[in-house]
Design a protein around this ligand. Structure first.
Ligand SMILES: Nc1ncnc2c1ncn2[C@@H]1O[C@H](COP(=O)(O)OS(=O)(=O)O)[C@@H](OP(=O)(O)O)[C@H]1O
Ligand SMILES: [Mg+2]
Ligand SMILES: [Mg+2]
Ligand SMILES: [Mg+2]
Length: 349
């Protein structure tokens, strides 16, 4: 089955949303300390990105039933303090859509924005088609001025068949294990993948796409690994012990968001490990787009026990012992190291 129309719509939607987020991030980073501690700028970008993507997908694909599983809902926008935020979101959406000649955005109202945001309440599941959206993944990175991603995927009969990752601050050149704070020069990547057709990357501001592949290395000593920037999101201690067992020499590369999956898909590093604290339930929008970007580039994404990720169960993604990704040659070694480390951890408790 071809998903050509859906891919074109998804790329357009994610690219426009990235533009909106960049405008908000620029204003946020230029603002004074007081308004930086205020949560509203990131809220404006989260909601704005979700509303805009919902508008674009519905307009580009009018003949398809529209179901969207997305992170945000309009709950907080209905009270008194939400009114100013809603006004700003609507302005950003109108302004960003105005750059597309084919859209008449001037008539979009605050009510339209609320409706667009709340179209993301779908439960997903194993039948039919559902879009899956994280309007800004890596919110903490966004606020810091670091990495974040707009992550959009399409589920068909419970399987991810298409994924687009817009990473506005990710350098176009490789980020190795000696990666420093990124400059915005030559940054902005759009990764996209369709089932059976490979993964491609292009510049967010337009360039022809190039096909990307995960690293071919089978030598852990040459491999480096990615993990969350935020220690609260993934155990850095556990990943270090696994890396040590494997014989990985390079220090971890810690970056925010699904930009990690994008970087892995083009071979910047060889492994991604994520071990959330016990009791935390992963969400499908945090992994759907990233996982197909990696698998179509030749990689593998499983939970810590080696099971494939199951996106067909609704909004949550239930996993056994974390999420890991690497190439096909390193996966058996990685799984063994994960198992050993988890057993050691369990017996030391
Ligand atoms: N406690 C805890 N454990 C694990 N994961 C959590 C936790 N809290 C949040 N989240 C989710 O992590 C998403 C951010 O992804 P990363 O951890 O890859 O990036 S980061 O290092 O936190 O920036 C982040 O996505 P966004 O909310 O879209 O930013 C969350 O869905
Ligand atoms: Mg997220
Ligand atoms: Mg988010
Ligand atoms: Mg969030």
């Amino acid at each position: 089955m071809s998903y050509e129309k859906e891919l074109a719509a998804a790329k357009k939607a994610a690219t426009l949303a990235a533009r909106l987020c960049q405008k908000v991030q620029k204003a946020l980073l230029q603002s004074d300390v007081q308004s930086k501690s205020d949560k509203s700028p990131v809220t404006v970008a989260d909601y704005g990105s979700q509303a805009l993507i919902s508008f674009v997908l519905e307009r580009e694909l009018p003949s398809e039933p529209f179901s969207l599983v997305a992170e945000e809902d309009s709950g907080d926008l209905h009270n008194e303090s939400g009114q100013e935020t809603l006004k700003r979101i609507t302005e950003y959406v109108i302004d960003t859509l105005a750059s597309e000649e084919t859209y008449d955005s001037s008539s979009i109202t605050k009510e339209d924005v609320i409706r667009a945001i709340d179209s993301g309440k779908s439960e997903g599941g194993s039948s039919g088609r559902h879009w899956v959206l994280d309007p800004i993944d890596g919110t903490k990175g966004f606020v810091r001025g670091d990495q974040y991603a707009i992550a959009l995927a399409l589920l068909h009969e419970g399987k991810v068949v298409l994924g687009v990752l817009a990473c506005p601050n990710l350098p176009l050149a490789s980020i190795g294990s000696n990666h420093q704070h990124s400059s915005s020069k030559d940054a902005g990547c759009l990764f996209f993948a369709t089932i059976g057709e490979g993964t491609y990357m292009q510049a967010l501001d337009g360039s022809s796409p190039t096909r990307v592949y995960v690293t071919a290395t089978d030598n852990p000593a040459e491999a480096s690994f990615f993990e969350s920037f935020e220690a609260a999101h993934s155990s850095h201690g556990l990943s270090s012990s696994i890396a040590e067992k494997l014989g990985v020499k390079a220090p971890p590369v810690r970056i925010d968001s699904q930009a990690k999956y994008g970087a892995l898909s083009r071979g910047d590093g060889a492994i991604y490990m994520r071990f959330a604290r016990k009791g935390y339930r992963e969400k499908i929008w945090d992994h759907a787009a990233g996982s197909i970007v990696v698998t179509e580039a030749g990689g593998m994404v499983t939970d810590g026990a080696g099971n494939p990720l199951d996106f067909s169960k609704g909004r949550f993604l239930d996993v056994d012992s974390g999420i890991i990704a690497t190439n096909q040659k390193l996966m058996p070694l990685l799984l063994r190291a994960v198992k050993e480390s988890l057993n050691e951890k369990a017996s030391s408790l």
